[in-house]
Design a protein around this ligand. Structure first.
Ligand SMILES: [Fe+2]
Ligand SMILES: [Fe+2]
Length: 271
């Protein structure tokens, strides 16, 4: 199976890049399944129902969220009615929606998608992500009930994401990090066949500070005093993420390539 994962869509610039480019990538790369992290798609904080629909219409099969899952209040309801939205497994026992679900890709093949939040340097004490992921992977084994599985690991620390990659090695097709908005250069297939990259990077304007216009973050770093709100940067976005090929029988990755399309970052992709 040919899978594409794209990291945190940042504001209008990120949405526009998805709408302009994803259908073309789906066709050009013969993609079977596309997962997009949408936690910052609405003005940099959360995801509205309208923007979720736009990303799904543009060619995403599933949208994952993150620590900003419910910054836009209509997501509290929308994620209960739209099964293609996945929030973190360990967000809160009271959270609406689901943290993992099995979806159907092309030719009836089954793909598990799950997301967890990390505990290191995060703003709240979330429940243990390792036991949460373990239960989901045991319930949906590759080569058993699913043909492939993808885990979005939404963490600040690369150490925690890398540990999660090894924890899932051989049990998931892809473990990919999100949340830091900067792609890491450790794209690889782990020892037992899991495709891994510590962070996918964002789908946003990289002429920015992690997707926000530069002026206010710089002011706060330099003076320690806020003056204005953070606003998403408006220049052309780079679509950032991972392209993965998997073996339908075992679910293991046979190829992984970083993806960076459009915008300021040096360009990468499977072709
Ligand atoms: Fe996040
Ligand atoms: Fe994010």
């Amino acid at each position: 199976m040919k899978l594409l994962f794209l990291g945190d869509v940042m504001g209008r610039a990120g949405r526009t890049a998805i709408i302009d480019r994803l259908a073309r990538l789906r066709a050009d790369w013969a993609l079977d399944f596309v997962v997009v992290n949408g936690e910052n798609a609405s003005n940099g904080a959360g995801l509205t129902a309208a923007h979720a629909k736009a990303l799904l219409d543009a060619g995403a099969d599933v949208l994952t969220l993150g620590d900003h899952a419910f910054d836009q209040k209509d997501m509290l309801q929308f994620c209960e009615t739209e099964p293609r939205i996945i929030r973190p497994l360990n967000f809160s026992k009271a959270a609406p929606g689901k943290g993992a679900r099995v979806f159907e890709a092309t030719r009836g093949r089954k793909v598990l998608v799950a997301q967890v939040l990390g505990q290191v340097f995060m703003k709240r004490a979330f429940d243990d992500p390792f036991s949460a992921v373990d239960a989901v992977l045991r319930a949906h084994p590759m080569g058993g009930t699913v043909n492939a599985s993808l885990i979005d690991v939404h963490c600040e620390a690369t150490s925690e994401k890398m540990a999660m990659g090894h924890f899932c090695d051989g049990r998931a097709s892809v473990v990919v990090g999100t949340h830091t908005h900067v792609p890491t250069a450790d794209t690889m297939i782990l020892e037992r066949g899991t495709a891994f990259q510590s962070d996918a990077g964002m789908c946003g304007d990289y002429d920015s500070v992690i997707g926000m216009q530069k002026e206010e973050p710089l002011r706060r770093f330099i003076t320690g005093m806020p003056k204005a709100r953070f606003e998403p940067a408006k220049g052309e976005a780079t679509l950032s993420g991972l392209y993965v090929e998997t073996d339908d029988r075992t679910g293991r990755a046979t190829r992984v390539e970083p993806v960076r399309q459009g915008g300021r970052l040096s360009q990468q992709g499977p072709v």
